[in-house]
Design a protein around this ligand. Structure first.
Ligand SMILES: NC(=O)c1ccc[n+]([C@@H]2O[C@H](COP(=O)([O-])OP(=O)(O)OC[C@H]3O[C@@H](n4cnc5c(N)ncnc54)[C@H](OP(=O)(O)O)[C@@H]3O)[C@@H](O)[C@H]2O)c1
Length: 293
């Protein structure tokens, strides 16, 4: 089937959460590809200020709204369920209603944590969600309100997101711990699929350039169907940055966390061409960070 693309210059885009990890990559990708872009984030744009959200979007009149804003501290959500639901749930409904009113397409990002991770075969786009944590429940509520709003949307679920822009991103955390302790112990009994924020941003703009607005997508870097463990991911990070330290596997019960996490956190992409393999994406990230470190 022929892919029809629009001229990016004719596609004004608004990015919400533009200072975040994914938001930052979306902003760079829009700038590189000549999409006219408006960047929105705290403190001037607060998703929990409902009237202002609708007012600002009506002023900008974007064709695509990319919502990369969220309360992403998974364990923090257990402590602050009201805030989690306000940002990850209710606010998505407000945004979706505003997008419907101005005829914009809302691209909203969700998570593997809407699934319970009990199925080692993984989860296709139409699998039934069953979140284990407050974070997962709040993100599922956002999905529900989005779908109920009647706006045109793309709902993109992703997992194990890494990329520059935040010192607390998972790859930097692993490198910092390895450097500090001179050794690493990493969980080897939870499986997932890493996603490079730069690749996810590129897919998003590709879908927008095709004027897609047709439902749910699962986007991760290519990985075995059974996923990889944190131990495998960490060992690859350590090798790529050239640290000569021991990396040993351990069980997740050795690192208790407030929020329950899915064991097989495996998003199956059945709709889009696969992204580059996760090791190549990680290599890209490490090469880019050499330039900035
Ligand atoms: N990180 C992951 O591993 C992962 C995995 C699966 C799915 N996802 C999803 O992917 C998306 C992007 O995640 P990310 O890791 O890039 O997020 P992030 O780095 O935590 O960035 C989130 C952004 O949202 C902003 N924000 C928070 N509350 C807001 C509010 N009330 N109004 C406006 N902006 C607000 C944050 O500002 P402050 O920094 O000032 O709070 C930050 O700039 C999210 O939907 C997330 O649920 C992430």
């Amino acid at each position: 089937m022929k892919t029809v693309r629009v001229d990016p210059a004719a596609l004004p885009v608004a990015i919400i959460g533009a200072n975040g990890m994914l938001g930052g990559e979306l902003l760079k990708a829009c700038t590189r590809s000549d999409f006219p872009v408006t960047a929105l984030d705290l403190p001037k744009f607060n998703l929990t200020n409902h009237e202002d959200v609708a007012y600002q979007l009506k002023k900008i009149v974007p064709r695509y709204v990319l919502n990369a804003a969220a309360y992403t501290d998974v364990d923090g959500c257990e402590e602050h369920p009201g805030l989690a639901n306000a940002i990850n749930g209710e606010a998505v409904g407000v945004l979706a209603n505003a997008c419907r009113d101005i005829g914009a397409v809302l691209v909203h990002y969700s998570t593997d944590y809407v699934f319970d991770g009990t199925d080692p075969a993984g989860y296709a786009e139409d699998a039934a969600p069953n979140p284990l944590s407050v974070y997962g429940k709040s993100k599922l509520e956002g999905e529900r309100l989005l779908r109920a709003s009647g706006c045109k949307y793309l709902l993109i679920r992703t997992s194990w997101l890494f990329g520059p822009g935040r010192r607390d991103n998972v790859v930097e955390k692993i490198i910092a711990r390895a450097q500090q302790d001179g050794k690493l112990r990493l969980v080897n009994d939870r499986w997932g699929k890493p996603t490079y924020a730069k690749d996810l941003a590129a897919v998003t703009l590709d879908l927008a350039a095709q004027e897609k607005s047709d439902g749910i997508y699962h986007v991760t870097n290519a990985a075995p169907d059974a996923g990889i463990t944190w131990y495998e991911f960490g060992a690859a990070i350590v090798a790529l940055v050239g640290l000569k330290i021991p990396v040993t596997p351990c069980a997740s019960h050795e690192f208790p966390q407030a929020a329950a996490r899915p064991v097989h956190s495996l998003l199956a992409n059945t709709k889009l061409p696969p992204l580059q393999p996760w090791r190549e994406a990680l290599q890209d990230y490490v090469a880019a960070r050499r330039g900035i470190a």
